[in-house]
Design a protein around this ligand. Structure first.
Ligand SMILES: C[S@@+](CC[C@H](N)C(=O)[O-])C[C@H]1O[C@@H](n2cnc3c(N)ncnc32)[C@H](O)[C@@H]1O
Length: 390
């Protein structure tokens, strides 16, 4: 028969879960010292199927994550509490509940009043809930955008806004893609993965599309961290690969993304997308050094371009303008627009190319226009042309 204290504890858990006051439950102090399972951390998670309990089983050398409905959780928990662990700590809005067992399996219950705000207190938060939901969002918490109470950290507000803006911009583009069983996406230069996770989460939870996504990144530490977070979040079809963009092929990718990949890494990524016939290419370029180094100031613009900062801007304009034209000449209809206001990041231009059926209509004229612009600014070759052999 179930211990009366365990019953009361689980009733409290169920009640607070239903009222969205449940923050976290930790089971710790294994009853068998040599046990491979060190602790279990349970938190609410919002999935397509509704609000669930996210269990992270922490073993000596690995973590395993599983989601259970509240009913399943209530069936599983007594076994863990009465047979596997001595301590259970439940964090709720305004109070913490502890259940401490001794070796005779007698349970002592403690309640501590704390100043914990409601996990859903975002309702009172200044940032309104956007496309990427925060409550129960494991990857946002693991990346440090949220605190343990699922609230946006003050210093991460801009990042959260950027993530949402990105999804809002991409949504119409993605929903226009030809419907397929699986949407293969390559995110080149995925870095810490904020935008990679966001896109995967959005597609998986809010659209009928089934994403199979790869982040490519040459920093092993970031690749490992992102793979761990993907596992914790239960994102089975999101994988991070260590590699250089220029050397990594994601065959048959439908969507190719490169956000803030440094300098010509953006060109490497665009070239990969064009060469593999991706339906959609999305990039947000950064540090346009290649063109800057070659650019000469035309005599009739010398009055304006005598200022270093304006020369920088001119080089950016040329780099990205030519990129878009080269993509057009390769059969992609392009749009160039502001990603997010410069207050949030100075790297704010986004180029989106959608593959068209017409094989580079007006290609000859376009190539001629590209040649003329380069000539005007003394540019021998844009790196993207070189990669595409134009
Ligand atoms: C500025 S971060 C941007 C990360 C992410 N895309 C975003 O926008 O939040 C650029 C990332 O690209 C990676 N990177 C740059 N050039 C690369 C290359 N040639 N191959 C693989 N990764 C690259 C860097 O290590 C870095 O993590």
């Amino acid at each position: 028969m179930q211990n009366r204290e365990v019953e009361k504890f689980l009733q409290k858990l169920e009640e607070s879960f239903q009222k969205s006051k449940f923050v976290k439950l930790t089971l710790s102090k294994p009853r068998i010292k040599q046990s491979d399972l060190k602790n279990i951390i349970i938190s609410p998670v919002k999935l397509k199927a509704g609000l669930m309990m996210h269990f992270v089983f922490r073993y000596k050398t690995r973590d395993e994550a599983k989601n259970y409905s509240v009913e399943e959780s209530l069936l599983l928990l007594p076994g863990f509490m009465e047979n596997e662990f001595f301590n259970a700590d439940m964090y709720l809005e305004g109070e913490n509940h502890r259940l401490l067992f001794n070796r005779k399996n007698e349970a002592k219950a403690l309640v501590q009043k704390v100043d914990t705000p409601a996990p859903l207190s975002l309702a009172h938060n200044r940032i309104k809930e956007r496309v990427i939901e925060t409550y129960g969002n494991i990857w946002l918490r693991e990346l440090g955008v949220l605190n343990d109470k699922w609230q946006i950290r003050h210093e991460m507000k801009d990042k959260y806004l950027q993530i949402n803006r990105y999804i809002e911009l991409l949504e119409p583009e993605l929903l226009r893609l030809e419907s397929k069983d699986e949407l293969k996406i390559a995110d080149m230069g995925s870095g810490k993965g904020y935008l990679t996770f966001a896109l995967y989460d959005f597609l998986k939870e809010k659209t009928p599309l089934k994403p199979l996504m790869y982040g490519v990144e040459f920093r092993q530490d970031l690749v490992d961290k992102c793979n761990d977070i993907a596992k914790s979040a239960g994102f089975d079809d999101l994988h991070f690969l260590k590699g250089a963009i220029e050397d990594t092929d994601i065959p048959d990718a439908d969507v190719l993304i490169a956000l803030h990949a440094c300098d010509t890494a953006t060109d490497d990524a665009i070239a990969k997308g064009i060469q593999s016939g991706a339906s959609l290419i999305v990039c947000a370029p950064c540090c346009q050094k290649q063109v800057r180094k070659e650019m000469e100031v035309p005599e009739n613009l010398s009055g304006i371009l005598k200022h270093g900062i304006l020369q920088e801007r001119q080089a950016e304009l040329l780099t990205d303008g030519l990129r878009a034209m080269i993509m057009e000449a390769s059969g992609y209809k392009t749009r160039v627009f502001e990603f997010i206001s410069t207050g949030h990041t100075p790297k704010n231009v986004m180029i989106v190319g959608r593959k068209t059926d017409s094989d580079a209509a007006g290609r000859k004229e376009l190539l001629e226009k590209i040649r003329n612009i380069k000539q005007l600014f003394g540019i021998r070759q844009h790196y993207l042309e070189q990669l595409l052999g134009l």
